[in-house]
Design a protein around this ligand. Structure first.
Ligand SMILES: Cc1ncc(COP(=O)(O)O)c(C=O)c1O
Length: 305
């Protein structure tokens, strides 16, 4: 990890090394926290954060879902996120706001436990590797199912739920794959370990609905909007593993991942075994939008100053 100088911690910037918590923090014991993953990019006239408003909204919705009251206003957190990039002199950054229970009383009921907030920003390249954009990624169908809406709130980014994503990712990498696709309850596809998934067949794009346990990804939402402009038909509809394996093209979306082709599942090629033409078109459009080259979407970009 390329460390930055400062981390915003409970209202102030402290040196990266000094942003520390007690081992008795509630979240360390019970996984009770929520977080966001946001990107800032170097555009032609400065550094801009993509869809900051939506990320802050989702952070508060996640906190609410897990009964946490963030002790700052949305405006304060929005400013702190921008400042975390600016103060660290980062021209591009991955930004990780984390809301967690600190040290207070022990026990499952978070009583008399403070809600702490940290915002870290650092330089982080392509999540699935520098080649992923051009060559695509190879995935397996995970033996681990995505957290169920019957036992978690998968539409929010809750810390503890990511033990499930980690199981899938570790298993996939151990078996020589780049990542994994997870099923939800029943036999329907939910999403990747940290990405939403899209299938393309006969020019129509399908992505699993949120009810499968998939996260309501901000990149997913963006891609659905871009498809409308590109006149590509989209559907939010259940998909089976067979639907995925017989797709003409497949791709992943996510803030860290961006838009990346999935070129094989369990060793079987999807289409030609390379990212397909529609995937490439959407990826290129997405990169234009997030890098400020498409003025139609400039309202999604917020300057860090
Ligand atoms: C489990 C999971 N699904 C999907 C996504 C993609 O969401 P977004 O596009 O908002 O980054 C992420 C990343 O945050 C994730 O962790």
């Amino acid at each position: 990890m390329e460390k930055s100088k400062y981390i915003w911690f409970n209202g102030n910037f402290v040196n990266w090394e000094d942003a520390k918590v007690s081992v008795m923090s509630h979240t360390l014991h019970y996984g009770t926290g929520v977080f966001e993953g946001i990107r800032a990019r170097h555009c032609s006239d400065g550094t801009y954060i993509f869809r900051l408003f939506d990320h802050v909204e989702r952070l508060y919705q996640s906190a609410d879902a897990y009964n946490m009251k963030i002790p700052y206003t949305k405006e304060e957190i929005t400013q702190a996120i921008k400042d975390s990039v600016h103060q660290n002199n980062l021209s591009s950054a991955y930004i990780r706001p984390l809301v967690f229970f600190g040290e207070g009383e022990m026990g499952l009921l978070p009583k008399n436990v403070p809600v702490w907030v940290s915002i870290s920003a650092w330089n982080w390249g392509a999540y699935l590797g520098d080649d992923a954009g051009n060559s695509g990624v190879k995935v397996c169908i995970s033996k681990w199912k995505r957290i169920s809406p019957q036992s978690f709130k998968p539409y929010s980014k809750g810390v503890g739920g990511y033990m499930n994503s980690t199981l899938a990712k570790v298993e996939a990498v151990k078996n020589g794959y780049d990542d994994a696709i997870m099923l939800g309850d029943g036999e329907v596809v939910a999403e990747g370990s940290g990405q939403n998934v899209f299938s393309i067949k006969k020019g129509v794009i399908t992505t699993p609905p949120i009810e499968t346990g998939a996260l309501g990804g901000i990149t997913r939402k963006t891609v659905l909007e871009l498809c409308k402009e590109l006149n590509i038909e989209t559907k939010e509809q259940n998909l089976t593993v067979d639907d995925l394996k017989t797709s003409d093209e497949l791709f992943f979306t996510g803030t860290a991942t961006e838009v990346v082709g999935v070129v094989s599942i369990d060793g079987d090629n999807i289409g030609s075994g390379l990212p397909g033409e529609i995937t490439k078109t959407i990826r290129s459009k997405y990169l234009d939008v997030v890098n400020g080259r498409d003025k139609m979407y400039s309202h999604y970009l917020e300057n860090v100053k």
